[in-house]
Design a protein around this ligand. Sequence first.
Ligand code: ADP
Ligand code: MG
Length: 689
Amino acid sequence: MPGCRAARWSRSTQSFTLSKQAVQKKLEKLGLRTRTDFVLHLPSRYEDETALTALDAVPPGIPVQIEAKVERAEIAYRPRRQLIVHADGVVLRFFNFYGSQVKQFRRAAEEGLRVRAFGEVRAGWFGAEMAHPRYRIVREGEPLPDALTPIYPTTAGLSQAKLRERVLQELDSAQLDDTLPDALRRRYALAGFAESVKLLHRPPPGADLASLAGRSHPAWRRMKFDELLAQQLSMRFAYRERRTRQAPALPGNGPLLKSLFKSLPFKLTRSQSRAAGEVLRDLAVAHPMQRLLQGDVGSGKTIVAAIACLAAVDAAWQAAVMAPTEILSEQHVRKFSEWLAPLGVRIAWLHGGLSRTQKKEALAAIAAGKAQVAIGTHALVQEGAEFKRLALAVVDEQHRFGVQQRLMLRKKSGTAVPHQLMMSATPIPRTLSMTYYADLDVSVIDEMPPGRRPVKTRLFSSARRGEVLTRIRDACAEGQQAYWVCPVIEESKEGDVQTALDTFDKLKKELKDIRVGLLHGRLSAAEKAAVMDDFTKRKTQLLVCTTVIEVGVDVPNASLMVIESAERFGLAQLHQLRGRIGRGASTSDCILLYDEPLSDLARDRLKVIYESNDGFKIAQRDLELRGPGEYLGARQSGDPLLRFADLERDAGLVEAAKEAAEALIGSDPDAARAHVERWLSSRRELGHT
Ligand code: ADP
Ligand code: MG
């Protein structure tokens, strides 16, 4: 046993000093490569080590710094292995420790040295105790630091001390020129760049801990402003750069478009006409359009897309329509066939149900320019198809793809760029659209086609499931149809499918006289299409499904929707789901079933969806309750796009940065470039050129 212990010790001792290479790796993991990276690696918090607290005057629950003479250090094995340091009046415990630390404390005890420890003091077995304090061995009377201690974001195995030393070293040799002209700094009352970073890395004695910790200090304000400004500028550079590229000019006054307007089965709403007008105006110009068409679920975006496609076909070009799911692509095919096929427009549908030969034929028709409009999922259209003359790409439900994916797509596009029309039913809250969508032009459809009935939303605890079944029976007896939506189970990929299967079996037994269909993600494209077809044709009355129906599905006769464990869904998602009903002649009900007990947050969220039918309001509340991750797509990549500024809390700065970006790019484009360079060059790029 003793031998074994010794081996463990020496191994730990070795690993205590990291090789240069290992340090380098850890720094890179933190995204620290260039000198600027280090300069902008700002402390996440500060600790006040400028004073000592007497052990008998320690306030409970607040980290303090104490100092005590080291008496002895020992390793205990029960209840778990730990290093216990006895000092005068206090015990320090370390559960993860290196052999070198044991030696350090033993030597300190022999030499009569003291330990300064920072952390929370608690009453423990032996009296006052601290678990895992940050500490330093000192001689008696050693002076205290006279300024706050910055604590940096770091990674396992890279100590604060080492990281701090390196950051400060880089800071001292870095170029800290101010990228902002004096006039602009005065206008927005901004602190200087050099003075701000220096202050944040080395707060002077007496600096205000509260404003540094709360990030309201003028130095922080400057950092946030700079970050937001860089973001704004990069979007504007992208916007300008787009105007230098060529795209086919599509005049929008051809015969097909004229016939479509004559043959449409309905009159466009005012906002549809306005949006279509904006799109056609963009398409007529020989630079690539990048327009986002926003409109709540059911507001009628598809017809605007069809109009845009027709402008391309009229000018002897092709258009592609990409949808996030096969079901949705099928719906598009149905609508497009209804509207465009009578005009002689040839449509190709790329879907998973095609045989190899059929797929080859479709791709050949697209490549030869015979198919004028191609419809499919993003995967199919993007990977498979080569167009002869592609002038327009329509991306439906673009909110499914985070900001990052969209910006990536932008980078990929080559020199000859087709026009892009993106459509989204998820309203983007204002601060977000000002930052991450600033490179897009936006059209909004803000009214519903006539005859839409508002959906009544009801909240039922799952204990009232019996009542819900009765409602389904009643609705079906009146010739209506219903959806039953099962939740996605986060923990397992296939879990939601299993839930849907179980629910399907259960409901079939509970609702003997009702014809029940089942739709979930594991079905093949052909199976899904068949299930949807049965439902559309009223062969089935109740459709049990997972969120695969979230987007775009349009069955006007369905007037009841039950969403099980509604508290597990995102707000925008619930709103989307709810938008599937309320499309027909009868009033519609959406029943949100929830499982007790509900957390406060879940209760607040369900309340939002219960009280509001306005997609914009819901999105705004969702943003406040959950943060912007959902919209940004940052969750998947784990790389937040903004490090210091907070879109909600710093909304005022977002406005200021937007205004400043406009001014700077006009008055001093070189300064604007230099600013973007400093802030974005080595970060995961936001797509600036
Ligand atoms: P979304 O914006 O959610 O994609 P859709 O384009 O699918 O909405 O339109 C929803 C339904 O409304 C479709 O059945 C569509 O044909 C119909 N529609 C669209 N515009 C009008 C209109 N101006 N008048 C009547 N019905 C319309
Ligand atoms: Mg749609």
